[in-house]
Design a protein around this ligand. Structure first.
Ligand SMILES: [Zn+2]
Ligand SMILES: [Zn+2]
Length: 131
């Protein structure tokens, strides 16, 4: 596990997170993520207790995901940047990858819900699409 730092654009939310050397990263093209942030999202699968963050600085927007189960988007209360997402279906937290200060460690990602809803100009190698 390697410790990384991150935070939102206004600086109110800062965190440290322990990630595997090769973290599991997903680009989610689903309509819910798209409508929530205005584009495709990239998230990192977090191990339990991996992130050290002051949750009192985060607001929560709750909605129902494609599975019918709850998803909770955690965002900075001040600048509204998305920080974490909790997916009840997997009982897991995911970090919005762009919140890391250094994204050069993220070498690869799998694409999910690509077939259902992706920008037509975005062509992705088939081996990187998870169905
Ligand atoms: Zn999604
Ligand atoms: Zn902020």
């Amino acid at each position: 596990m390697i410790k990384h730092k991150g935070g939102c654009i206004c600086g109110e939310v800062k965190f440290t997170v322990n990630l595997d050397e090769k973290p599991r990263v997903f680009n989610c093209h689903c309509i819910h993520c798209r409508k929530k942030v205005g584009g495709m999202i990239t998230i990192i699968d977090l191990r339990e207790g991996a992130i050290d963050i002051d949750k009192s600085k985060l607001g929560i927007y709750e909605h129902t995901g494609g599975s019918g189960k709850i998803i909770k988007k955690h965002y900075c209360k001040k600048c509204t940047a998305p920080v974490l997402t909790y997916v009840a279906k997997w009982d897991k937290f995911y970090l919005y990858a762009g919140m890391l200060d250094d994204i050069s460690i993220l070498k690869t990602a799998n694409n999910i819900w690509y077939e259902d809803s992706h920008f037509p100009f975005m062509e992705i190698n088939e081996s990187k699409i998870k169905v």
